[in-house]
Design a protein around this ligand. Structure first.
Ligand SMILES: Nc1nc2c(c(=O)[nH]1)N[C@H]1C(S)=C(S)[C@@H](COP(=O)(O)O)O[C@H]1N2
Ligand SMILES: [Mo]
Length: 212
C-alpha cells in the first residue's frame, strides 16, 4: 500500500516547481492556498491507460431509463461547446482560462432519462480511478465532457481522448480517460474520497481533506 500523503506531497513539490510565489491570492480568481501556474501540470496515479479514439467508449448506466454506450463518432456528432473555466488542483496549483471543448455532461445524461431515484454519480476512468458527485453537480451548466483544451486535442497525459471537467470543484472530481458514469441513489465515495479527501471539494471553501 503506497503512502498516499507522501505521494501527494511529492506531487505538490513537482507541480508547483517554478511557480512564482507572490501570485498566491493575487486576485479573487485564485482561491486561498492556491498558486497560479501556466504550465498545466499533470496529476494521476501513474497509470496512463492506452485509450484511443477507436477503442474509447463511454457508458452511462445505473438508475437510468435507457442505458447508453457511445463511441467517438456519436460523441463528435453531438452539440459541441467551448467552456472556459479555471482549474484548481488540491495540490495547490490553479491554471486560469482553460478553454475546454466537448459536450455538456447534462446533454449526455438527458439522453439516458435518469430515474427519479438517481441522486449521486460515480465517474469511472479507464485506469480504475473513481470519483463521486451529486447528480445535480454533474448537471451544472459548466460541466463538460472534453476532448480538447487550449486549442489542441487532449494528450494522453491529460486524460485523452476524453475526460470530464467539473470547474466548481477541485480537479480530482474530473476523471481523466472517462469510461463510465454510474447513477445511484446513495453517495459512494471514490478513490481519493475514501483516502481522506473531502467529499465536496469546493476550492472556495478550501475543502481539501475530510478532517479540515
Ligand atoms: N482517471 C483519472 N482521473 C483523474 C486522476 C487520476 O489519477 N485518474 N487524477 C485526478 C487529479 S488528483 C487531478 S488534480 C486531475 C489532474 O488533471 P491533469 O493531469 O490533466 O492536470 O485529474 C484528476 N482525474
Ligand atoms: Mo489532484
Amino acid at each position: 500500500m503506497p503512502d498516499w500523503k507522501k505521494l501527494i506531497e511529492g506531487k505538490i513539490a513537482l507541480a508547483t516547481r517554478g511557480a512564482k510565489p507572490g501570485k498566491v491570492n493575487a486576485n479573487e480568481r485564485i482561491p486561498a492556498g492556491q498558486t497560479e501556474v501556466k504550465n498545466f501540470p499533470t496529476l494521476d496515479l501513474g497509470i496512463r491507460p492506452d485509450v484511443t479514439i477507436e477503442n474509447w467508449r463511454l457508458q452511462i448506466y445505473g438508475l437510468v431509463g435507457k442505458e447508453l454506450t457511445i463511441d467517438w463518432a456519436q460523441f463528435q456528432a453531438m452539440n459541441q461547446i467551448t467552456d472556459v473555466s479555471d482549474f484548481h488542483c488540491v495540490t495547490r496549483w490553479s491554471q486560469l482560462d482553460m478553454n475546454w471543448q466537448g459536450v455538456l455532461a447534462r446533454d449526455l445524461i438527458a439522453m439516458t432519462e435518469p430515474l427519479p431515484t438517481a441522486k449521486y454519480v460515480t465517474l469511472h476512468g479507464y485506469d480504475g480511478y473513481t470519483t463521486n458527485l451529486p447528480l445535480d453537480a454533474l448537471l451544472d451548466d459548466d460541466v463538460i465532457i472534453a476532448h480538447s483544451v487550449l486549442g489542441a486535442p487532449l494528450t494522453q497525459a491529460h486524460g485523452g481522448p476524453v475526460r470530464i471537467v467539473v470547474p466548481k470543484r477541485y480537479a480530482w472530481k474530473g476523471a481523466k480517460w472517462l469510461k463510465a458514469i454510474e447513477l445511484h441513489a446513495f453517495d459512494r465515495p471514490g478513490f481519493w474520497e475514501v483516502r481522506g479527501y473531502h467529499n465536496d471539494a469546493d476550492p472556495w471553501k478550501e475543502e481539501r481533506f475530510s478532517d479540515d
